[in-house]
Design a protein around this ligand. Structure first.
Ligand code: ADE
Length: 224
């Protein structure tokens, strides 16, 4: 998988991809992540990429030309499965979207800033708009990292068996059951006996019951 990320602040996204599981996925060659400084595509000697909105109003708007040039250059090099704009008014990210995107080959993420991007970029290039939740960030960069993390960990070969994504919360529309490790008892708090029984069929049954109970309590909407 290849992800191209277009941003005015690529430096904001360095460490997530240089650490832990994402770093290993990149080092193993399973995933490539390329950053593109949008200002490099500015047609203006001040490297300007934003301007005032037509019709007036507060805030600056990211201009079409630098973004169109950058995306068009990338598109001339390979076919992209999705060109995704990170924006608070996009579809809210969930596990199903992450699963769908994890089997794609080439993705572009466009990070917005200021008031947003010229509508014509959306009309011309954007195939998917994703929000990471109902709140507004200073820009799309952290959202792009969240989206990339949720996708990359699902790409085959990225997680080992121990970290398997199959038992994640949400993978089957249920939250995960409680988990415990040593010691068996701590300040009078005991690990549920069933988990020490060695009866794996019964343990699986218990975990499933717990998952349903927890989902009913915390996220009944997932069961609908
Ligand atoms: N940019 C600003 N806020 C955002 C959000 N919640 N999700 C995605 N991109 C954003």
């Amino acid at each position: 998988m290849r992800i191209d990320i277009i941003s005015v602040l690529p430096e904001l996204m360095v460490s997530p991809f240089q650490t832990s599981i994402l770093k290993r996925a990149i080092d193993k060659g399973i995933v490539e992540v390329h950053f593109h400084q949008l200002r490099d595509w500015s047609v203006n000697k001040h490297r300007q990429i934003d301007d005032e909105p037509y019709g007036g109003g507060a805030g600056m708007v990211m201009m079409i030309e630098p973004i169109d040039k950058c995306i068009s250059e990338l598109k001339s090099q390979r076919d992209y499965d999705e060109i995704i704009y990170l924006t608070p008014d996009g579809e809210t990210l969930n596990q199903k979207i992450a699963n769908t995107l994890s089997i794609k080959n080439n993705l572009i993420f466009l990070c917005g800033h200021y008031k947003g991007i010229d509508q014509r970029v959306r009309d011309l290039h954007i195939t998917k708009e994703i929000s990471i939740g109902d709140f507004v960030l200073t820009g799309g960069e952290l959202a792009a990292c969240v989206l990339a993390d949720s996708i990359i960990r699902l790409v085959p070969g990225v997680l080992n068996d121990e970290q398997s994504a199959l038992t994640d919360s949400f993978q089957d529309d249920l939250l995960s059951p409680p988990i415990y490790t040593r010691p068996e008892s701590y300040k009078g708090l005991d690990v549920p006996k069933i988990l020490l029984s060695g009866n794996f069929a019964k343990i699986e049954e218990w975990r499933h019951e717990q998952a349903i109970k927890i989902t009913t309590e915390k996220r009944p909407d997932l069961l609908e």
